[in-house]
Design a protein. Structure first.
Length: 299
């Protein structure tokens, strides 16, 4: 059974976009995934996004994706929302992944804007609608034009919000003005997909985060969120400022690279990366240690 949710927080408030642990030889590490998932939920996550960008989804096979969803559900599915990333730039393939995730027991779907082929807004509308029509699961859109090349325009978001199963948006657009209008007009549950903007997005109506830095600072993220919700703006701002070195350090290069390095420094399951992702250099690792220490992360 899925954890409790509300229309305002359909997937909870604090979610981490989880890495996919691999064994030393690059195979899927399901035991490690279950251990990491349990740790993240114990740390305070309401949910986990599996098979997203930080999960190296472009290099994880469809079969591996299904195995990972099932394993994480077995580990934490009774106490956290397990959201499966199913976005591709091929609508038919995304529908196949969505149906497989539903069959595996996922609680929801994350669907990124199609990348590389750069569809027009009508194509985005039809793509997301077709995925939402294909299962009974709630859908979170993922708007990240820096990766996809195409933003989801506000008018398109408003139209998509009319679909009964499109209930949320993960916003990595980096535009607080456009976010403000889209939140006000669409009524979607809004999740920050850009850790540096977690607190600013809360201030314009976001309900929570889908975080990368949640791998190492979930308690702090939750404390910041709770401070904001209770009206303690000063405390929320202080936590935001404290975390600035972490926000910066974890994105000096691609987030999964630094996240796996940080987890390895903490002795948690992560393993190697799959090409084209590559490990940090010794100099980059040293800088990451400095950044994390400056943000209060214990290594």
């Amino acid at each position: 059974m899925a954890p409790t949710s509300t229309p305002q927080t359909p997937f909870g408030r604090v979610l981490t976009a989880m890495v996919t642990p691999f064994t030393a030889d690059g195979a899927l590490d399901l035991d490690g995934a279950q251990q990491l998932a349990a740790h993240l939920v114990d740390a305070g996550n309401d949910g986990l996004v599996i098979n997203g960008t930080t999960g190296e989804s472009p290099t994880v096979s469809d079969a591996e994706k299904n195995d990972l969803v099932r394993a994480v559900l077995d580990a934490v599915g009774d106490r956290a929302h397990v959201v499966a990333g199913v976005g591709t730039n091929d609508t038919r393939h995304s529908i196949e992944l969505a149906r497989a995730a539903e069959q595996a027991g996922a609680h929801g779907l994350l669907t990124v804007t199609p990348y590389y082929n750069k569809p027009p807004q009508e194509g985005l509308l039809r793509h997301f609608t077709a995925i939402a029509d294909s299962t009974d699961l709630p859908v979170m859109l993922y708007d990240i034009p820096g990766r996809s090349g195409v933003p989801i325009n506000t008018e398109t978001i408003v139209r998509l919000a009319e679909h009964p199963r499109i209930v949320a948006n993960k916003d990595a657009k980096g535009d607080l003005g456009r976010a403000s209008w889209a939140i006000a007009r669409s009524g979607l549950a809004w999740y920050s997909g850009d850790d540096m903007l977690n607190l600013p997005l809360l201030s314009v109506g976001a309900c929570g985060f889908v975080s990368v830095v949640g791998h190492v600072v979930t308690p702090e993220l939750r404390a910041m969120l709770e401070a904001h919700l209770t009206g303690d703006v000063q405390k929320a701002t202080e936590i935001h400022h404290k975390l600035l070195p972490v926000f910066t350090g974890m994105f000096r290069t691609q987030g999964v690279i630094t996240t796996k390095a940080a987890l390895a420094l903490q002795g948690r399951p992560a393993g190697p990366l799959r090409l084209p992702m590559v490990e940090l250099t010794p100099e980059e690792t040293a800088q990451l240690k400095i950044d994390l220490a400056a943000g209060g992360v214990q290594l």
